[in-house]
Write a protein that binds this ligand. Structure first.
Ligand SMILES: Cc1cc2nc3c(=O)[nH]c(=O)nc-3n(C[C@H](O)[C@H](O)[C@H](O)COP(=O)(O)OP(=O)(O)OC[C@H]3O[C@@H](n4cnc5c(N)ncnc54)[C@H](O)[C@@H]3O)c2cc1C
Length: 493
């Protein structure tokens, strides 16, 4: 008997994971990817012996990776050579004070007490809350497959309103633990990973600083792209077929179902279509413009970033692996990015020096640096001058580095590559250049996030950052597993 077939549009984290699950159950799976390589946003550029992870740089939520690799029949430790990054981040504040977030509790206590006497006790209480938010959040909001409203709106979920504080704002909630604004910033900045400001993010997101301290931030030898390589080897072992440099032009429909996809004007028919390309892009570009597409236009999108990738002709040994400059005007930063779609006047920013973790990321005696500056996403009227904004962002990075004694960076750049929101849109088809897709405000979280299955076309499915459960590499793996299970159930496999 001919085996059932599925086409996956896009070889991002969600698409790769789903493809492996489907192929392992005997489906004939073809992944069509517009780019020359797999990985999507988790991408890699190598030049002159310098290796750049152009998207994710932090392996966070290791327990989630472990359970998703286990679901694929393997273990993350078998597939990746992981090292814990400790301290995770070096935070630098405007007044020159610094804080190294470490799992060495004695060292952390000593540092925190210099910021605010008694704050270590506040941190312990905050971690306690984070523990609860993390475990309940993963169990009740991230892992479940909400196939119908009653899977979410059920009596046993009612206590969540108290337990994970979805109605309380994350930053406001911090006054239960700290007074010093620098500490409030140190344990809320992670909300930007969700595309949110801590002034509007639910307090539920204390799960992120909790997992970073409790379970660690990790780094795979060879860089984050090794996660993609690990999934690629699993996919090949399972018999998944890949076609790169191939853009799907349309999803072909027939009444209430998808017939297949159109590539180079030709229809490829299949039993199931799974779109890993960003969900709003799929609605706007691959499907007919109906009410669903219009509804998505009105949804909120996450911010974007301007990234600089520098090959340096000398090493910067004093620069730790993950440095974050956190601006005093914390609130104005988020307002400027999220409300005004702009670059803040004094932006918070992040520098990644992978060579501190793995010397093979740069030629001997040289360095590889990545700087990431969060900015607003593209506006509807296209009035942002991205070249000018990028140049301002670059100057802010140099200025910030001077405050920690790095004065000669500009002179030692051998080459630069950079991404603006226009690049994110062009490279990965991300609507508005939003690096995390649809944002994770309350009305776009959990059950309220777009489903992994199209509401009208029965055999059209979605996986990835803008669908359930949401953004992040391990979360995309959960998404891939959930969508694959829907397909298998519907095809009765
Ligand atoms: C700058 C940045 C930093 C990040 N940092 C972290 C981090 O440190 N840790 C972390 O866990 N997460 C991080 N993330 C988030 C993480 O990268 C994403 O959530 C995750 O990789 C998204 O995977 P996805 O399954 O949605 O697929 P995507 O990455 O969106 O991939 C979709 C694929 O579909 C392809 N495609 C699109 N349209 C078509 C078409 N018409 N035909 C064929 N193919 C198509 C695209 O080329 C792409 O390869 C970061 C993201 C960014 C951008």
């Amino acid at each position: 008997m001919k085996s059932k077939s599925a086409i996956v549009i896009g070889a991002g984290m969600g698409g790769l994971t789903a493809a492996i699950h489907l192929a392992k159950q005997g489906l004939h799976v073809t992944v069509l990817e517009k780019n020359a390589r797999p990985g999507g946003r988790c991408d890699r550029i190598s030049r002159e012996g310098h290796h750049f992870d152009t998207g994710p740089t932090l392996l966070v939520m290791p327990l989630l990776y472990e359970s998703e690799f286990a679901a694929l029949g393997t273990s993350i430790k078998e597939r990746l050579d992981l090292q814990r990054v400790d301290p995770t981040y070096h935070l630098v504040f405007d007044n020159g004070s610094q804080l190294a977030l470490t799992s060495d509790m004695k060292c952390l206590q000593e540092q925190l007490e210099t910021f605010e006497p008694g704050s270590f006790q506040g941190l312990l209480r905050y971690m306690n809350e984070g523990h609860c938010h993390y475990h309940l959040g993963i169990e009740k909001l991230v892992q479940p497959d909400f196939r119908k409203a009653s899977d979410f709106f059920k009596l046993s979920n009612l206590p969540l309103v108290q337990q994970v504080k979805p109605l309380k704002k994350h930053y406001a909630n911090m006054s239960n633990y700290f007074d010093d604004p620098r500490l409030k910033a140190a344990f809320t900045f992670q909300d930007v990973y969700m595309g949110l400001s801590p002034f509007e993010a639910p307090a539920t997101f204390s799960m992120m600083p909790y997992t970073e301290l409790a379970h660690g931030v990790w780094y795979p030898k060879g860089g984050m792209y090794q996660v993609v390589e690990a999934l690629m080897s699993l996919a090949r072992e399972a018999g998944v077929e890949f076609v790169f440099n191939t853009t799907v032009e349309q999803i072909s429909l027939n009444g209430k179902s998808a017939r297949g996809v159109v590539v180079d004007g030709k229809l490829q028919e299949v039993d199931a279509v799974l779109a890993n390309a960003d969900l709003p892009y799929v609605y706007q570009n691959l499907l007919p413009q109906d009410n669903e597409a219009k509804k998505l236009e009105r949804k909120r999108y996450s911010c974007s970033v301007i990234s600089f990738f520098w090959g340096m002709d000398k090493p910067y040994e004093t620069l730790p692996p993950h440095t974050l400059f956190l601006a005093d005007d914390y609130r104005e930063n988020f307002d400027s990015i999220i409300r005004d779609l702009d670059l803040p006047a004094n932006p918070s920013l992040y520098i990644h020096a992978p060579t501190r973790l793995d010397s093979s990321m740069a030629p001997v005696g040289q360095d590889t640096l990545i700087a990431i500056v969060p900015v607003g996403h593209m506006s509807a009227n296209g009035d942002q001058d991205w070249s000018a904004i990028r140049d301002q962002a670059r100057e802010h990075v140099f200025r910030r580095l001077r405050t920690i004694g790095i004065n000669d960076l500009e002179e030692h750049i051998k080459f630069e590559m950079n991404f603006t929101p226009l690049s994110w849109r062009k490279r990965y088809n991300l609507v508005k250049g939003s690096t995390h897709g649809l944002c994770h405000n309350l009305s776009q979280l959990g059950y309220f996030r777009p489903d992994n299955q199209h509401p009208h076309y029965r055999n059209l499915y979605f996986t990835g950052a803008s669908t359930r459960p949401g953004t992040g590499m391990p979360t995309a793996m959960v998404s891939g597993r959930l969508s694959a299970q829907r397909i298998l159930d519907d095809l009765k496999i």
